[in-house]
Design a protein around this ligand. Structure first.
Ligand code: FEO
Length: 401
């Protein structure tokens, strides 16, 4: 579905609701879908286009754009970010503008345009504070590197207090409304957190750094227009604070994420004891599993780690090594959500222990605080049950000293 809407004086949203995509970046499960938001500013001296859509929707984009302006009227195209979900239709727009439009962006975007699309349009490489004035409108550009590519920039319209942010402040899902005062914000923030963690998580330390830079430049937007999800006009500070919280892994009180793999449910039996003990201590476990009839979403697992107080990780030995999915999930946790959070490891084996030792060695090199490693052979005996309960109590002691 295509949504075209005026969002401020002379400024229009062009939104594509992508319900066809199942895996964002071919990896992150998004049954909730995603929107691609581009914007068009119309002035008496020509139009400015901010970003485009994924190439799959080129035809729809051209139709939507042409309903607002003749593409030959576009004088400038601002590229906030070159990932192809936003730049995929750029070559077509340049072609339709008969190459009258020039491109504004980070110098690295010029190389990416050449590298990804084999074209070299007229290009203006921006530095912090560079301005573009057109038809009585002023645009100020600021670099925001590594949120989440090196070439990320934002555009500020100081007279209107509007900040166009590319991926930053975006989220998954297809909200019913356009703005935060029209949408179910609480529900949306769940998808926005999942988006931040999966897409920006590897560079989460850059969130506070770049947002601090905007503050130093006295950019306090009245309206935030991101390239995915809902637009913020009622309470833009809400999404700013949420991004800061997710960047630092601020925990929800009592939330413990429990992740386990279990080939034949031996690990599951051990995990059930841990979950019952967590609940007895007043925690709220959120359980994710990899078993023979169900695989939790990796995106959801990572997203839940981000605002948890602690992690319980259960797995088993497989071919004298760590279980493949356990290693994969742990490695992604280290890449995307490595925070200083307590972690309890429960590892089970059949004839020879290997997973516990291998994963211990991996976890000890991270910021996770490895509280305990509980490792035992298959069957949950009364002794191993006692051992699991004690380790969960020790985890609680770390959280509530
Ligand atoms: Fe929405 Fe990084 O692209």
């Amino acid at each position: 579905m295509v949504r075209i809407k005026q969002v401020a004086e002379d400024l229009y949203l062009l939104r594509m609701d992508d319900t066809r995509v199942k895996y964002f970046e071919a990896v992150w499960e998004i049954p909730e879908g995603i929107t691609y938001n581009a914007y068009l500013l119309k002035t008496d001296d020509g139009a400015v286009l901010f970003d485009t859509w994924k190439q799959n929707y080129e035809e729809e984009f051209v139709e939507a754009l042409s309903s607002l302006t003749d593409p030959k009227e576009i004088r400038h195209i601002v590229v906030h970010h070159m990932e192809p979900d936003h730049s995929g239709t750029l070559p077509k727009v340049l072609e339709l503008s008969e190459n009258k439009a020039d491109v504004w962006g980070h110098s690295f975007s010029k190389r990416l345009i050449e590298g990804l699309y084999g074209i070299s349009p007229a290009f203006n490489a921006i530095k912090d504070g560079d301005t573009l004035e057109i038809g009585g409108r002023k645009l100020v550009f600021v670099q925001a590197p590594w949120l989440h590519w090196p070439e990320t920039i934002v555009t500020y319209m100081p007279d209107e207090g509007i900040l166009l942010t590319g991926d930053i402040f975006g989220g998954y899902s297809i909200p019913n409304g356009t703005f935060d005062d029209e949408a179910d914000v609480e529900n949306y923030l769940h998808f926005s957190k999942k988006y931040v963690i999966t897409v920006i998580g590897h560079y989460k330390d850059k969130i506070a750094k770049n947002l601090g830079k905007l503050e130093q430049l006295n950019i306090a937007p009245k309206m935030i227009l991101p390239a995915h999800g809902i637009l913020w006009r009622k309470n833009p500070q809400r999404i700013v604070q949420a991004y800061l919280d997710w960047g630092e892994g601020k925990p929800q009180k009592g939330k413990v994420v429990v992740v386990y793999t279990s080939m034949y449910r031996f690990v599951e039996k051990a995990i059930k004891i841990a979950v019952a003990e967590l609940e007895a201590q007043g925690y709220k476990p959120v359980v994710h599993k990899i078993v023979d009839d169900y695989h939790s979403s990796l995106a959801d697992i990572l997203s839940d780690v981000a605002d948890s107080e602690a992690i319980v990780f259960g797995t088993e030995t497989y071919e004298s090594d760590a279980f493949p999915y356990a290693e994969f999930i742990l490695n992604e946790m280290i890449k995307k959500v490595e925070y200083e959070k307590p972690l309890l490891l429960i590892a089970i084996f059949g004839w020879a222990a290997a997973a516990g030792k291998k994963l211990r060695s991996t976890i000890e090199k991270t910021s996770f605080d490895l509280v305990d490693v509980v490792e035992f052979k298959g069957l949950v005996t009364p002794e191993s049950e006692t051992r699991i309960k004690k380790s969960v109590k020790d985890l609680g002691a770390v959280l509530r000293p």
